[in-house]
Design a protein around this ligand. Structure first.
Ligand code: SF4
Ligand code: SF4
Length: 78
C-alpha cells in the first residue's frame, strides 16, 4: 500500500520530501520543469511502489488534506 499526495491540494511546501525514510516523494516535472497544479504551485507525488506507509510525510505536511493515508491513484497526478 501507499500514501497519496492529492495533487490539487498540495502547495509544494516540500516539508514531506526530507522526512521520507525511503526517498519516494518527488516533484512532478515535465521536460525538467516543475509542473503547476490547480493552485498554480509546484507539487509532489509519492512513488507508491516504494512507499512503506510510515506516515512521516503526513505528520510533516502543513497543508490540510494534501496527503492521505491510503492509496488513491485517481487523486495523484504524475
Ligand atoms: S504534500 Fe504537503 S509537505 Fe509535501 S509538498 Fe505538498 S504541501 Fe508540501
Ligand atoms: S508514508 Fe512514509 S514512506 Fe510513504 S511517502 Fe510518506 S514518508 Fe515516504
Amino acid at each position: 500500500m501507499s500514501y497519496t499526495i492529492v495533487s490539487d491540494v498540495c502547495e509544494g511546501k516540500s516539508d514531506c520530501i526530507p522526512v521520507c525514510p525511503v526517498d519516494c516523494i518527488h516533484w512532478v516535472e515535465q521536460g525538467g520543469q516543475k509542473t503547476k497544479n490547480v493552485k498554480s504551485t509546484d507539487y509532489t507525488y509519492i512513488d507508491n511502489e516504494t512507499c512503506i506507509d510510515c506516515g512521516a510525510c503526513l505528520a510533516a505536511c502543513p497543508v490540510e488534506g494534501a496527503i492521505i493515508d491510503e492509496w488513491k491513484p485517481e487523486l495523484q497526478k504524475v
